[in-house]
Design a protein around this ligand. Structure first.
Ligand SMILES: Cc1cc2nc3c(=O)[nH]c(=O)nc-3n(C[C@H](O)[C@H](O)[C@H](O)COP(=O)(O)O)c2cc1C
Length: 176
């Protein structure tokens, strides 16, 4: 079986998770911007940051896969969908729309928590985040996570959360 890890990362969280997963599994990795032909791959593990609900680079990458390939989507976000069933459902529903139908038969999702270095966000990103966070704080002025992000870097990268992905790859005999 031919396997590949592909990542879509603007600020580095998904790339770091992808690099660690590659180390743990021995599967090669590539930036989604650099892959051209993915037709040779039976299993593709896609890790990408969530931007306004959508996984960066997922749509472009899914298009390049064979219809019978297995796609494993690993989302990386500030919010934690594992702690909120409604959020998890919304993230999956929205991102399934970016993927061609035949791939949805075998699709598997995992959700990891990323990081945000608010002071160093690029111009337009910072404006959007400022606006969104203002809305959140209006609803809940004590939202500690948002206050922490405002005050500096929030880095919640947890490499042990990759273990469940490795176990899944073993269970499906994608790796030995
Ligand atoms: C413009 C912008 C929009 C974002 N939208 C969301 C979002 O909808 N949901 C969420 O949980 N996190 C959101 N985030 C946070 C990112 O998902 C988080 O920083 C992630 O770690 C980025 O991954 P990357 O560093 O691999 O690009 C957003 C961040 C930015 C800058």
């Amino acid at each position: 079986m031919k396997n590949l890890i592909v990542y879509g990362s603007k600020y580095g969280s998904s790339r770091k998770y992808a690099e660690k997963l590659s180390e743990l599994t021995g599967i090669y990795l590539a930036d989604y911007k650099e892959v051209t032909d993915l037709k040779a791959y039976d299993n593709v593990i896609y890790l990408g940051g969530i931007y306004a609900g959508k996984v960066r680079g997922l749509k472009k990458t899914a298009k390049k896969l064979r219809n019978d390939a297995r796609l494993i989507v690993v989302t990386v976000s500030l919010g934690n969908p594992n702690l909120d069933d409604k959020l998890k459902e919304d993230v999956r529903t929205q991102n399934k729309k970016l993927i061609k139908k035949p791939l949805l038969e075998k699709i598997k999702f995992f959700h990891l928590v990323g990081s945000m270095d608010y002071p160093n966000l690029k111009g337009f990103d910072k404006k959007i985040i400022k606006f969104v966070f203002k809305m959140f704080l209006k609803k809940d002025p004590q939202n500690q996570k948002i206050i922490d992000v405002y005050n500096g870097k929030v880095d919640e990268l947890d490499y042990s959360s990759l273990d469940k992905i490795v176990s899944y790859l073993e269970e499906k005999e994608i790796i030995k």
